[in-house]
Ligand binder design. Structure first.
Ligand code: FAD
Length: 539
């Protein structure tokens, strides 16, 4: 099989043009092209009136060696790399080894569990929240009726934090072993659209994610895994001998203890009580940088026209996204994060008396607003003192937002023009906010530290140079965005992925500070499953 990269065709090319372009590029006749498939498809929209599709193609040709030899100087034609997933080859665990335990059923925990189950290691999976259908009822109940269930919400429950999301599946992680391909392949097997395998920025949308998560659960159970919901891990049992700390089990909120010597903690970035418990048990934890800011809503049509010009609305391109950054004069970087085209801003609280925002969409991305977090990078120097100080900092900002929003789980909001000019907003303009229960117009100036407010005021104006129309007087800002990533890192060894000071503890995914997003969390899950299997065999 040959891989052809950088094969460029106009956006609206007729279907046969792709085959013709392959023949021309390889210099072979139609009879010599046995078959081909699209490996990746992206686009170049720098010239809006002449958007170009860029293909990577896998082509099966007769006399492959001769074609390769003839094209040896063409850096875009090569043998297709092998991207199939290979399970790690390790022996079976010694008889009597307790089953591995995985805490959390976000993308990370699900992939740890799936791969362990596929290897015949019968994991036990513990999830504090409810099964995804019941969790959906609780989450929508909060959005509609302001009734927060602190154990079943946007952050907690089957599928983890990414379930009610845009389901963006791209990531910038290095992935030399093509684990991302395994993630996409499994997602398609569990119901994701086939196109996620080849479009450059795949997304799934919320409703499909719900169905996929159910299919994954069924497969893990079919392979011998056991999943327990509404089962919170409240303690980790650690034995210390000769200076070595070894996990020997977990204690649940019910008081029940489950023995294990291989414990994956894939608990996400919002399990603040569990972070505290791990810290109290002496597990090595460091503070790490994260970001704070607001969600911003513009009309999606504005972003589409700005990005795609006369091609706005083209089905192949879909709703346009954006990625912007501004380095403010006070030294802070302000950037877009988790942009959701044609989506809605959602209430993502998991603690009472606190407001936090995020974004989601359906597969169609057909809602009228584009939303994105616009955030300012911060470091532990901004919240010094203690490894968990970032959590206190987040809580403080989320509590402030609750009060500013009127104390009813409405989110505080402001029009962009008023925010930049430093005056409170009293009336919405043309942009109707999507956040539920509601946006309470106010002055956001006190919602974040001054350095963040100053940097964002500057950035909104500067962004207009990158996206014409971005500085829009009546674009709506909704606060606050604080859970952009974990405020801590539960550090692990690079080789065996076990905690720096606790054997048998595998910190994993976003909460542990080793992922940021669905794809990177799932990839980390595969890596951790391999590490668990290796450690179990070595015992
Ligand atoms: P999580 O998904 O957070 O899962 C952790 C799980 O652990 C939770 O289910 C939790 O209930 C459980 N848990 C925690 N503590 C315990 C305990 N003590 N006992 C038992 N169970 C416990 N990323 C993208 O890439 N694309 C997107 O489009 C996107 N959109 C998002 C939209 C929203 C609204 C949110 C909130 C996040 C979004 N993200 C998105 C981020 C993405 O969801 C996370 O990066 C990802 O889910 C992290 O995966 P994880 O498995 O590490 O942790």
């Amino acid at each position: 099989m040959l891989r052809i990269n950088e094969l460029k065709l106009p956006l609206n090319h007729p279907e046969p043009a792709l085959r013709e372009a392959i023949l021309a590029r390889l210099g072979v006749s139609g009879a010599d092209l046995v078959d081909f498939s699209v490996y990746k498809r992206s686009y170049d929209a720098r010239k809006k009136a002449a958007i170009v599709l860029i293909y990577s193609i896998d082509a099966e040709v007769r006399n492959e060696a001769a074609v390769l030899a003839r094209l040896k100087n063409d850096q875009h034609v090569m043998p297709s790399p092998d991207v199939d997933y290979k399970f790690v080859q390790v022996g079976k665990p010694a008889p009597g080894t307790p089953r591995p335990v995985v805490v959390g059923t976000g993308p990370c925990g699900l992939f740890v569990a799936l791969v362990l189950a596929q290897m015949g290691l019968n994991p036990i999976i513990l999830e504090r929240g409810k099964i995804v259908r019941e969790r959906t009822v609780d989450t929508f109940g909060f959005w509609r009726k302001r009734k927060l269930n602190t154990e079943s919400n946007v952050q907690f429950g089957e599928g983890g934090a990414g379930t009610f999301s845009d389901g963006k599946l791209y990531s910038q992680i290095k992935d030399p072993l093509h684990h991302g391909r395994k993630v996409l392949t499994e997602f398609v097997r569990f119901g994701a659209p086939e196109e996620i395998m080849y479009v450059s920025k795949p997304h799934i949308g919320t409703f499909r994610l719900v169905k996929m998560v159910e299919q994954m659960r069924a497969e893990i159970i079919r392979l011998g895994g056991e999943i327990r919901f509404e089962t919170r891990v409240d303690d980790v049992l650690i034995e210390e001998s000769g200076g070595v700390r070894q996990v020997v089990g977990v204690r649940l909120a019910s008081g029940e203890e489950i023995p294990t010597r291989h414990l994956t903690m894939a608990i996400g970035h919002s399990a603040r009580d569990t972070f505290q418990m791990l810290y109290d048990r002496g597990v090595y934890i460091e503070a790490k940088p994260f970001s704070i800011g607001f969600r911003v809503e513009h009309p999606q049509s504005l972003i589409d026209v700005c990005r795609f010009g006369p091609n706005a609305g083209n089905k192949l391109l879909g709703a346009a996204d954006y990625k912007i950054v501004h380095h403010a004069s006070n030294g802070r970087s302000v950037y877009s994060f988790c942009m959701c085209p044609g989506g809605t801003v959602v209430a993502a609280s998991s603690e009472e008396g606190r407001v936090v925002t995020n974004g989601m969409s359906q597969y169609s991305r057909a809602e009228r607003n584009a939303n994105s977090a616009i955030v300012v990078g911060i470091t532990p120097d901004d919240y010094p003192g203690h490894p968990l100080a970032g959590i206190d900092f987040q809580r403080e900002l989320e509590s402030r937002a609750f009060v500013l929003g009127g104390g009813t789980y409405d989110a505080p909001g402001q029009l962009m023009g008023d925010f930049v000019k430093g005056r409170p907003s009293t009336e919405f303009g043309s942009v109707v906010p999507s956040f539920r229960p509601a946006v309470h117009l106010t002055d956001l100036a006190t919602s974040l530290p001054d350095y963040a407010i100053v940097a964002m005021r500057e950035a909104f104006v500067a962004f207009d140079k990158q996206i014409k129309g971005y500085y829009k007087e009546d674009a709506v800002l909704t606060g606050v965005e604080t859970r952009t990533s974990s405020p801590i890192r539960i550090k692990r060894n690079n080789d065996d992925l076990q905690s720096l000071n606790t054997r048998g503890l595998f910190p994993a995914g976003e909460g542990a500070g080793y992922a940021g997003g669905i794809m990177s969390a799932a990839v980390d899950g595969i890596r951790v499953a391999e590490a668990v299997a290796t450690a179990m065999a070595a015992r």
